[in-house]
Design a protein around this ligand. Structure first.
Ligand code: NAI
Length: 293
């Protein structure tokens, strides 16, 4: 069934692959606008969109706090093991055995990408009493004044007890965390990824977990998530051996791309997306257009 026939715009989400083939088909069906209901746009071939005369819009900052707070939730859960305590207590097991965590105050937290989400995350971690260090191609003066210290990526790897990824997925950041990067991390450090799955090379993360070089891994995004996330596969055999291996580690926590999923963020996504489409429909300047450069 051709769902796009008779329409000028399509509305897509984070795991819809809008590649050249898709865009060509959309263009042949007179689609002129792709409206993303998300902030990241790595799933769209912007050059092809330009070639076919299709505009692309996104929702740049619907609720940075929603994602930043989810990153903190992953840290707190991995560290204080509340998910394990919950399961234990539901079975009348009140033992504290193996539930010890560590104090966040005084620990060094490295933040990669201090844009909308990274900035909120930095402020939350400063509130916990952490030393917050960061790397970004653009340094924020406001964050510096709040106590964030900018360093190189290599310095972040070597100094951080916890690392959190808040940069976009680009050719430069693809597999930023690979074998080489894991080797340079502090032994036993925690890595949190609420950015995009392919910022981490999963195979190398598994190796780092096996050698205990990586102490904890919390991910809300995964390289091959488009085949898994947002679906109930409870009665299926998972064909992806990498995620199955990740799920087998006691010190790995996976959520299925729910960082954005708060009532406030959903309201913002809906209203900004409708505004983007209305601006396009009325021929107004489109504030949230994404272009090649
Ligand atoms: P943003 O554009 O405000 O900030 C991204 C920051 O990363 C910018 O300051 C940029 O200069 C920096 N950056 C770019 N390349 C870098 C590099 N090589 N090293 C260090 N920093 C670099 O984006 P925002 O809104 O903060 O979102 C960040 C990412 O979070 C998005 O690209 C998206 O992939 C992800 N995201 C995840 C969600 C989830 O539900 N888990 C929801 C929304 C966004």
């Amino acid at each position: 069934m051709n769902l796009v026939q008779g329409y000028e715009a399509v509305c897509v989400f984070v795991n819809d692959r809008i590649d050249k083939t898709t865009l060509k088909k959309l263009s042949e069906n007179d689609i002129r606008l792709v409206a993303l209901r998300c902030a990241g746009f790595n799933n769209v071939d912007l050059e092809a969109a330009q070639e076919f005369g299709i505009k692309v819009v996104r929702v740049p900052a619907y609720s940075p706090g929603a994602v930043a707070e989810h990153a903190v939730a992953l840290i707190l859960t991995l560290n204080r093991k509340t998910h394990k305590a919950y399961n234990r207590i539901s079975e009348n097991n009140f033992s504290l055995e193996k539930l010890a965590g560590f104090n966040l105050a005084g620990k060094t937290v490295g933040v990669i990408g201090t844009g909308e989400i990274g900035s909120v995350f930095c402020r939350i971690m400063l509130g916990f009493g952490c030393n917050v260090i960061a790397s970004d191609v653009h340094e924020s003066q406001t964050l510096k004044q709040s106590g964030v210290v900018y360093k190189t990526f290599a310095e972040l790897l070597g100094e951080s007890d916890i690392l959190s990824l808040h940069c976009p997925l680009t050719p430069e950041t693809h597999h930023l965390f690979n074998k080489k990067a894991f080797k340079k991390m502090k032994k036993g450090a925690m890595l949190i990824n609420t950015g995009r799955g392919a910022l981490i090379k999963t195979k190398d993360a598994i190796d780092a977990l096996k050698t205990e070089q990586l102490g904890h891994l919390g991910i809300d995004v995964y390289e091959q998530e488009e085949k898994l996330f947002f679906r109930d596969l409870s009665e299926m055999i998972i064909p992806d051996d990498l995620i199955a291996r990740l799920m087998s580690f006691h010190n790995v926590l996976i959520t299925a791309h729910q960082g954005f999923f708060t009532r406030e963020a959903l309201d913002q996504i809906a209203s900004i997306t409708l505004q983007n489409i209305t601006d396009f429909e009325q021929g107004k300047a489109i504030k949230n257009e994404v272009t090649v450069n």
